[in-house]
Design a protein around this ligand. Structure first.
Ligand code: DCP
Ligand code: MG
Length: 721
């Protein structure tokens, strides 16, 4: 589809380009590097480089680059800057966390690992049983979106490497610039070091919003219930549309061929209407469709057959970084465990079980299996806890500029809320200072609103207070949470979003200790832990989210989205989120009238060990509990992961003893425990080695075996009567 000819000129062509003048960084980022500076050694990184600064070359258009050379230039260009110092501090914390993780890993006995694997196999069997391969889910993603809009409108930019943003931060780059290693979430001054002729143009959100509206018009024709997750990407379910076509005359085209043809037509229409190209992925669920839309970028599409075998084959060699939500930090942790490909997530599932939070375990398993519920886009909407928008800019303390920006953000948030038919009662101002400290200020209103003026008056005083402190800001964001449907808000009574989307009937999970209920298994298990430790105080009943105060830490640390879900971009958070988009903050906490300062996102890891609460992967993560109704699943059929991973049938038998398994996860876990203990006992009485080399028992870290056993034994969903 040759819609425009201005994508991806060769680097040679671009050498003739004239660099546009860009304002120097206002916060003195370009300082002379300190010669004596020591950098932290990291796993699998070139010597002396900060892993957290390494180029993420998994973005489309960045294949085959000399990453070592690029990383060296990035390192040299940024050393000594605030940006670099921030990254360095962050890397030290990541290193420390990985060091502790590896220490813990070395303390596990083979039996502990075998037990953990067996538990993951049971989870695998549940996921396999609920794997839905019946839908055609499409993920549409515009190519180099902001850059493509600028190139469309300014022909002189078409054949040169260019980026959109500022000398401090780039929002995106065109494909020509990507060949030099220039990409989104990179400071412009580093981009210029990589590509001296780089042209940087400022953002023009009105234009991007207008283009997005046109894209949405086209998408609506293929699925009226499509859902956008940012200005340039959205999900559709075209299953019904394909079925309708099949009822007509499609010649000898198969369902799969019809789906692909429809997507080609949709992309052509987008192109005609916007003069911009879109890429698309078609697969059985949103997680896979999103990965697929990146496969043939720019201006291409990729179809992944809706067959289990094909999905597993596709994922086996796929870099984990390609999975939405696996960002720099999590991928460093995984790399330390020798997991760089999705297939390895299945191979090392025992360690994943022992070392990561439950939310992350499940998400990583889903990523290895490609087994997500199909309706990702809509599912997110139905769980949606907040709507937000934010933008990064060159650091400034100019009150006029900042208040104008705040006005624009409130306007955009208002439009997003109205489009979704929602109003928010809690309005949060988020900001990042020039020294990368993230703060949020939340205000709870008397009435939920979607009005720009009300959003502005809720956030303006907080901004004024910040400005009085005098420190320049580099990011502003506004979030609406405590959402209600607009009709409900306007009517007689208030309903939660859950009620509005009909999810009130979903099973609740009852704590076996105190009898309170939680909205998801993840919440329940966190609660049970506290409850058993005698820590669960009052007021936590039927909590819908994590405690106040971790939202921004999640956004800062890994995902860029509250609730630890990155639905786009992949690593917007690497340099602080710069994506000007509507973020679906699924299952994220709802700050109420609080100020939250997050200077140290990493240190917010849960008390139960190493894992990062933000380390949830892909669109599925925050609603894990809701989606994995383990206690309600009938016909439990655990299979060995070896079988699962290599495509064998799911067996309803124990992966240890081969006998038929019970149906409830609680019973499965009990069976597995007994079974593994018996195996251990019989080996001991036979005098043989117990799973290889004998190790001393794990130190009392609070994380391994007993912990999981304790949590899992309560994994029973209790239907609310
Ligand atoms: N964006 C941003 N900051 C980021 C990432 C993205 O402001 N860190 C904005 C600019 C992008 C737009 O969001 O144009 C869409 O993001 P994508 O990740 O889809 O990137 P592009 O559309 O630019 O490129 P691609 O062709 O890889 O999709
Ligand atoms: Mg895009």
């Amino acid at each position: 589809m040759a819609c425009n000819s201005y994508l991806a000129p060769s680097p040679e062509q671009s050498l003739e380009a004239e660099a546009e003048e860009v304002t120097e960084p206002q916060d003195g980022e370009l300082r002379e590097a300190s010669r004596n500076e020591t950098t932290t050694e990291m796993h699998s990184k070139p010597r002396g480089q900060l892993a957290t600064m390494k180029l993420n070359d998994t973005k489309a258009g960045m294949e085959g680059l000399d990453t070592d050379k690029i990383n060296q230039i990035i390192e040299e260009a940024s050393r000594g800057s605030k940006f670099y110092n921030h990254k360095k501090q962050r890397q030290e914390k990541i290193d420390e966390r990985i060091r502790r993780m590896l220490e813990l890993k070395d303390s596990f006995t083979p039996e502990q690992i075998a037990r953990a694997e067996a538990q993951m196999d049971a989870l695998t069997a549940h996921l396999e049983q609920s794997r839905d391969l019946s839908r055609f889910i499409v993920h549409v993603d515009m190519d180099a979106f902001y850059a493509a809009v600028e190139m469309r409108d300014r022909p002189e930019l078409r054949d040169v490497p260019m980026a959109v943003g500022s000398n401090s931060m780039l929002s995106t780059s065109n494909y020509a610039a990507r060949k030099f290693g220039v990409r989104a979430a990179m400071p412009g001054f580093i981009g210029r070091k990589l590509c001296p002729q780089l042209v940087i143009v400022p953002c023009d959100f009105d234009k991007y919003r207008a283009a997005s509206q046109l894209v949405q018009q086209v998408m609506a024709r293929y699925d009226p219930d499509f859902s956008m997750v940012s200005l340039d990407e959205g999900y559709l379910d075209i299953t019904d549309r394909v079925a309708t076509e099949m009822d007509g005359d499609t010649g000898d085209q198969s369902e799969d061929e019809v789906a692909q043809r429809l997507v080609r037509e949709m992309r052509a229409e987008i192109c005609r209407l916007t003069r911009l190209t879109a890429s698309a992925g078609i697969a059985a669920n949103g997680m896979l469709a999103k990965i697929c839309s990146d496969q043939n970028k720019p201006d291409g599409q990729f179809f992944l057959p809706r067959e289990r075998r094909a999905v597993l084959d596709f994922l086996r060699e796929l870099p984990v970084r390609k999975v939405s939500g696996i960002g720099n930090v999590l991928s460093q942790q995984l790399a330390a465990l020798e997991v760089t490909r999705c297939g390895e997530l299945l191979e090392r599932r025992g360690l994943v079980r022992l070392l990561f939070s439950e939310c992350a375990q499940l998400s990583l398993l889903r990523a290895g299996l490609g087994a997500d519920p199909p309706g990702v886009g809509r599912d997110e909407d139905s769980h949606q806890k907040s709507v937000s928008t934010e933008t990064t800019f060159a650091a400034t303390a100019d009150p006029a500029q900042l208040s104008e920006l705040l006005g624009e953000l409130c306007q955009q948030l208002s439009e997003d809320l109205r489009r979704k038919g929602l109003r928010g009662r809690t309005v949060t101002l988020k900001l990042k200072t020039s020294s990368f400290v993230v703060r949020s200020r939340a205000t709870t209103l008397a009435e939920p609103t979607s009005a720009a003026a009300a959003l502005l008056s809720a956030t303006r005083p907080a901004l004024a207070r910040e400005l009085a402190a005098g420190e320049p800001l580099r990011l502003l964001g506004v979030r609406a949470s405590a959402l209600v449907a607009a009709e409900v808000a306007a009517g007689r009574r208030q309903a939660t979003l859950t009620e509005m989307t009909g999810r009130a009937a979903a099973p609740r999970h009852e704590c076996p200790v105190c009898g309170r209920t939680a909205g998801s298994l993840a919440e329940l298990s966190a609660h049970v832990e506290q409850c058993l430790d005698g820590e669960a105080g009052g007021g936590g009943e039927q909590s819908e989210g994590r405690p106040t105060g971790t939202d921004d830490c999640a956004a800062e640390s890994e995902s860029g989205n509250g609730g630890a879900i990155e639905t786009s971009g992949g690593d917007a958070a690497e340099c602080g989120p710069t994506k000007e988009e509507t973020v679906l903050s699924v299952g994220s906490p709802q700050p109420s009238s609080c100020d939250n300062v997050s200077e140290d996102p990493i240190s917010h890891a849960p008390a139960n060990g190493i894992s990062d609460p933000a380390a949830c992967v892909g669109p599925s993560s925050a609603s894990d509990g809701d989606r994995l109704q383990l206690g309600n699943v009938e016909d439990t059929t655990p299979a060995s992961a070896a079988e699962t991973a290599c495509g064998g049938p799911s067996a309803a038998s124990c992966p240890v003893c081969g006998r038929p398994m019970p149906e409830e996860l609680e019973l499965i876990n009990r069976h597995l425990d007994e079974c593994l203990n018996q195996k251990l006992l019989s080996r001991l009485t036979d005098g043989g080695p117990v799973g290889g080399q004998k190790r001393p028992p794990a130190p009392h870290s609070g994380l391994p075996r007993t912990k999981h056993k304790r949590i899992d034994s309560f994994f029973t969903a209790v239907k609310r009567s």
